[in-house]
Ligand binder design. Sequence first.
Ligand code: NAP
Length: 259
Amino acid sequence: MDLGIKGKRALVCASSKGLGRGCAEALAEAGVDLIINARSEGPLEETAKALRDTYGVKVTAVAADITTEEGRAQVLKAAGAVDILVNNAGGPPPGMWTDWEREDFIKALDANMLTPIALIKALVPGMMDRGWGRVVNITSQSVKSPIAVLGLSNSARAGLTGYVAGTSRQVAGKGVVMNNLLPGIHATDRAKSLDTGVAEKEGITLEEASAQRASGIPAGRYGTAQEFGATCAFLCSQYAGYMIGQNVLLDGGALITTM
Ligand code: NAP
């Protein structure tokens, strides 16, 4: 399917691996030139090369921590004007509500709420001037149904969701479409590290911990980065022009809700 975005330019944050890479791959397949980012240079350069070689698009790789002001400045300088912004960063660590102090919350808010907001502020005005833009924020299913051990994530992502709900309606009239994409459990390093924590705590193997989690998902398995990326590319396509401020859940049916 031609998504109608060939030749557009996208910044995909935190995209050397996992869900961010899935988004970068699907956009590259649609003919979009990319600025990709992650902290570790080696894996990022490998991903950039793979995307160039496979899809023939232009890919600029910027190794920087997107959650810091300096990192964002580096990425924004290399990116220049972009048509598409995919906001992503690593998720906060799990823990107990009694353990989290102010500093832990500030860190989580910086990474998963204030970073995407800063990038939206930096890039959306240009999109509005040009009359076309797409923003996809990778959040989490925890926005709809909080995960107790991920209280830092629940809090920061709920804040971003509130901001997007209001802001998306303020920019839609200028052709900028802003939505959130909510992953349920996907087979990435993040899922593996959460499962490893459960395995250690319960004295079971990693495979047993993953199978235990998968059994609670109606689809009976974890999602893939490819499936996630395809939905992201659709939200960035010409066909998503009337979808404003939505929270699109990809969770294999795990959350039992009517809407
Ligand atoms: P992942 O497989 O661990 O990949 C994370 C990617 O982000 C890597 O490329 C990593 O590269 C990069 N990254 C991490 N922190 C960064 C930073 N500060 N600055 C720039 N790049 C950074 O994680 P994932 O599973 O794709 O998860 C992506 C997001 O979705 C996370 O926020 C996660 O909490 C959320 N999520 C995931 C799931 C799931 O099941 N996978 C479910 C719900 C929510 P470097 O380490 O080299 O920086």
